[in-house]
Design a protein around this ligand. Structure first.
Ligand code: KG4
Ligand code: ZN
Length: 360
């Protein structure tokens, strides 16, 4: 193949992420063989702006995205050493998420796309998480995805770009939300997941016997609100709590979550092997909670037992970032799936809805 032909199929895509409390932009390169790399990846966390409120305040988040996004996009392009003329497309999260923030990122992307004459790609944020492992580990389809973030807890069969089947979800709180609420009730700050994990490291996981909701049922759904209530009751029963109590509460809470995820993942892998008998069984964990090392270690054991491969992208790429949106955009671009400039921002947007599918 002539060199100019090879170059013609290399794509540089700008990705913008503003659906929650990270203002992020990145440039990724996708090669003609389907591999890719991150050229620049700038993330500005708003945690400091929301921590006084114990959670993300949507209005503040949107205003902060407005204040910082332009500079972050420019920084991402500068670090990549390119202008918008070198881009193949502009991708942005179009949902699901906090609608004010999504509108900021999507509208900015539309402006850049219109001004530069490049195609727009309106990316589902969950698809960004779902496809990250293809960027980091070059995974082939199909694979099983456990998506655990502040807003979602789902098992998905990932068959292809735009081709997802949801096998289970939470019937109440998302897992990251459960970590955050647990942290809040113990006064551990926001976001709570990393701090609960840190405290759990020195605690006794057997001291408080907390429930494992739905564990006796053979469905792939989750429920975390009963666990959170049980944690509150356990804490109230021993008030006032000292540092050792908090470590033990965190360890017991995390142990319950590890048990729930392990059992569910074993069942989901069994289902995967039946649904895709010719595919090497692979479990990908994505979303902010995938940064939890106790969870990853337990799932490693589950995968070993099932003869499956576990893939956990680096923590910085499990949490919200622009690279995952740019990559999902690149994957859609090569399939010809670009969007019109009137693409809507969507507060809710299930990954497995028919509109996500790409006709082959
Ligand atoms: O994916 P993400 O960055 O944002 C959403 O799309 O929600 O996930 C953030 C969530 C927060 O709830 C945070 O507490 C949780 O991920 N998280 C963790 C850990 N690091 C982040 N949960 C448990 N253990 C961690 N190490
Ligand atoms: Zn996310």
């Amino acid at each position: 193949m002539a060199r100019d032909q090879i170059d013609a199929s290399v794509h540089l895509v700008l990705g913008i992420e503003t659906s929650c409390d990270e203002t992020a932009a990145a440039v990724v390169r996708r090669h003609c063989d389907g591999t890719g790399e991150i050229v620049s990846n700038i993330v500005r966390s708003q945690i400091a702006e929301h921590s006084a409120y114990g959670g993300v305040v949507p209005e503040l988040a949107a205003r902060s995205h407005i204040a910082h996004l332009d500079a972050i996009v420019i920084a991402a392009l500068d670090e990549a050493g390119i202008g918008t003329g070198a881009l193949s497309a502009v991708a942005a999260t179009a949902g699901p998420g906090l609608i004010g923030g999504v509108l900021v990122g999507l509208t900015t992307a539309k402006g850049i796309a219109a001004a530069s004459g490049k195609p727009l790609i309106a990316v589902n944020h969950l698809e960004g998480h779902a496809l990250t492992a293809r960027l980091t580990d070059g995974l082939d389809f199909p694979y099983l995805l456990l998506l655990v973030s502040g807003g979602h807890s789902q098992f998905l069969l990932v068959r292809g770009v735009g081709d997802y089947e949801r096998w289970g979800t939470t019937i109440d709180d998302a897992l990251g939300e459960a970590f955050d609420k647990a942290a809040k009730l113990m006064d551990l700050g926001y976001p709570g997941g990393p701090e609960v994990e840190r405290r759990a490291g020195s605690g006794d996981p057997a001291r408080f016997r907390l429930p494992r909701p739905l564990l006796s049922e053979r469905r792939l759904d989750f429920s975390f609100s009963g666990l959170k209530t049980a944690l509150r009751l356990a804490a109230e029963a021993i008030e006032p709590v000292n540092e050792t109590d908090i470590a033990d509460l965190c360890a017991s809470f995390q142990a319950a979550i590890v048990d729930i995820l392990s059992s569910r993942s074993a069942d989901a892998l069994e289902r995967f092997s039946k649904a895709c008998p010719d595919a090497p069984p692979t479990l990908v964990v994505a979303g902010g909670v995938a940064a939890n090392r106790a969870i990853a270690k337990a799932l490693e054991g589950v995968c070993d037992g099932a003869g499956a491969r576990l893939v956990v992208p680096p923590a910085a790429l499990c949490a919200d970032n622009g690279a995952m949106i740019a990559w999902a955009g690149a994957e859609r671009l090569v399939l010809g799936r670009t969007d019109r400039l009137d693409a809507p921002a969507r507060p809710r947007w299930p990954l497995d809805e028919p509109g996500m599918r790409i006709a082959s």
